[in-house]
Design a protein around this ligand. Sequence first.
Ligand code: ZN
Length: 272
Amino acid sequence: MADLSRLCIHTITTRPWSIELAVPYFADAGVRGISVWRDALEGRNADTMRHLIERAGLSVTSLARGGFFTAASAADRLHAIEENRRALEECEAVGAPLLVLVCGATPGQTVADNVDQIQEGIEAILEPAESAGIRLGIEPLHPMYADTRSAIATVKMANDLCDRIDSSMVGVTIDVFHCWWDPDLQAEITRAGAAGRLFSYHVCDWKTDMSDMLNDRGLMGEGIIDIRRITSWMDDAGFDGAIEVEIFSTRWWAEDQVSFLNEIIDSYTRCV
Ligand code: ZN
């Protein structure tokens, strides 16, 4: 029997399923964790969803996602901070101990200005995060998204920002899709681990024939990432949390999701 004790799946991975369908399917398959995307909670009572998840024997690893702190106008940046406060309230309601941050980037601003605005945004939600006991995970994104999605493009940039903010509630989320290419990856994972900042870990794969920058991620084993090696670096750095399968794929979403779930478990067992 495969060891699935650390396996967590994001609701977006099986996007055609509502959260009400995903939870029992995940639980029946032996999955232990679920990361909840905010769109999966839309029109629902988050507290009711928390009970649904708990009754199925799953635990919530994180809420995805907050962030997008940058904007040209102060009013828009304030609006983003309000939205992140609402995301923290959803974390509390659904029982998520971590809010994952896709930090944002605004075309036309310098990288330094984007990073300053991201720091201001995170600092503005530190107090509610601390009082609710919810950690904030800065997820560096692949530099192909540095124009509009995240000025934080490497684990080093995430670690440097953590140093600037200097709070035990702020750490790093490592996603193999975004970071596999980085020659400093092992060193920066080690650095984050030594500082107690390795908060979460996402897996999927990078296909060399990717047809879409966003929605053609591979299932583990379909691409070129040496996931086992990166997992061993995470382990060596002291990370013992969930291993989260996060796949955006129009190709997989078009398949029968029960078969896809079986494929996820098989590839997790073989490749992670
Ligand atoms: Zn991710």
